[in-house]
Design a protein around this ligand. Structure first.
Ligand code: ZN
Length: 168
């Protein structure tokens, strides 16, 4: 009979323990997420997917970080970034994700300073400007710029959640 309170006290301690543990992991994860920022593309940086030298190509680049990891994965184009990201093996393990904002930078040589959160970007798919490996996704911070681009170069506008493997 009098074991009841003891048991619930133990359970309470177990619960608080796991909550604290969880909070600890989350704050560590948040600290890492803070350090996950777009990096400068160096002359020898190779695409994490195809291995080609990133700086040799025009068009928007992509950068990804895996959960709890500060190693920046750089991609020669947004297409290769999505091909990696949408792979079922990686899909749920991507934390930080960045693409160039093509409403503010040049297609031929996008600026290292002009990246945006890939999940908030608007994409034009199926246009006729060339990326590293032919067709790529043009990424924009705002809808007006994406529509302007679509008028000039064709394609269709998509938001991040609409990007799927069959578009890539
Ligand atoms: Zn590549």
């Amino acid at each position: 009979m009098n074991q009841g309170p003891k048991l619930s006290k133990r359970r309470f301690l177990l619960l608080t323990g796991s909550v604290l543990l969880l909070a600890g992991c989350q704050s560590e994860n948040k600290a890492i997420a803070k350090e996950q920022r777009p990096e400068v593309i160096h002359p020898n940086d190779a695409c994490h997917l195809c291995g080609m030298t990133i700086q040799n190509f025009p068009g928007p680049k992509g950068q990804l970080y895996e959960r709890g990891n500060n190693k920046c994965l750089k991609f020669c184009c947004t297409r290769d970034m999505f091909a990696y990201w949408l792979d079922p093996e990686h899909r749920h393990n991507i934390q930080g994700a960045f693409v160039h904002d093509m409403s503010k930078t040049h297609w031929q040589k996008p600026s290292d300073q002009l990246y945006i959160d890939a999940r908030r970007a608007i994409y034009v798919v199926g246009h006729n400007r060339k990326g590293a490996l032919g067709p790529t996704l043009a990424s924009f911070s705002n809808r007006d710029a994406s529509h302007e681009f679509m008028k000039n170069f064709g394609g269709e506008v998509y938001i991040f959640s609409e990007i799927s493997e069959h578009l890539i």
